[in-house]
Ligand binder design. Sequence first.
Ligand SMILES: [Zn+2]
Length: 403
Amino acid sequence: MKRFIFSILLTIVCTLVFAQTGRLHNNMVLRDPFYLDTTSVDFQNILHLWNDYKDCVFDDWMISQDNNKIDVNSKAILFWEESERQKYGQIGSLQGNPDLFLRTFQLEPTNYFMGKELFIGVEKRNDTLFELRTMFFDDYPTENQLAGVYTIPIIKHSENDYKFFSKLSLLEPTFQSYKLGWLTFMYPRTYNFNETAAQQTFKLLDGIAETLQLEQPNSVVYYLFDNKTEFYHSLGVDVSPYDFIGCSRVYPQGLCLDNGKILFFTKEGETLAHELIHCLIREKGWKYTMFEEGLCSYYGGHALESKEVTLSNLKLWLNENPQIDLSLDLFKADFSDFTNNYSYALQMVVCEMIHHTGGMKMAFDILYSISEGEDGYFVIAKHLGFKKKNINNIIRDYLNKNY
Ligand SMILES: [Zn+2]
């Protein structure tokens, strides 16, 4: 009898335990992916939209190759919401659509739109907001590499009218902002913003704007993020091979979009004026030469490193490589073992020499005196009164004496 009661109790206990486990198990069931059924009308419409869009990007790109210039009548731009076109869609160095991720990587559209694609699906957020998710492989030069996994929000206006929207614009209402004259900083709520540094940067920029005689520079928005992952996510890049740089994910690098929008993705971006100086230079007139990088790095910082550190590293590296003749060519030297950007650093030295001769005004005057295709470096040498054959010794002696 005792044994019978015991086995009944055991059965009850076991039943309860299994029932509990079942409940636990139910709680742990992973959420079904909420991708739309591929037969649904929305999915079909969005897939067609996406395929048409890629065709247009390709056509725009081909036309720009034929004309050797950007096509002002870009077709791809029409796939974007009007507000996005206003905000990001100015004709730029690419095909003139607001593909922030393309601009971010500064790659030709061919790398993505002609590469292999794995279309993942379409998620439905609500009746009017969808998110398209896709993956591209970069097949250049010989093997497939993941180019990235992307999310593009899509707004549905009607059954026949869907428009792309940027992830950044969706996130922006949750950001904090800090405005200084023509410059507005934007950052996620979790970002620890340095107001003092931002004010100092703005003061420097105002001085440069004055040198350039820009009375009221165009407004600029400066986005700051704690790390590269957050920066990429804000542009709709879910996974990118470029994200895995260092365990801190804080890779110091800025980006200046040609329509004056700036994205800077690491901490301490508010201490750097580099990209903002590019913006002011663009506003005054487009004259990109390598010297511009030296100028932006010298006055505005480079890779979150002080110029003393960059230039003393350059000095050491040049001393270890006496075979490099700076009088022959500044860009052909193999600089793979120089930790920072060699050509930027060299232009920084030149900028410093000019600065010591005629101040910031002279540096900017020289920048604007270099015409397109001209060898900027030797134009600069001319202003400083160097002879081409002496440049190698002059730069090396200068660095050895000062750093
Ligand atoms: Zn730069």
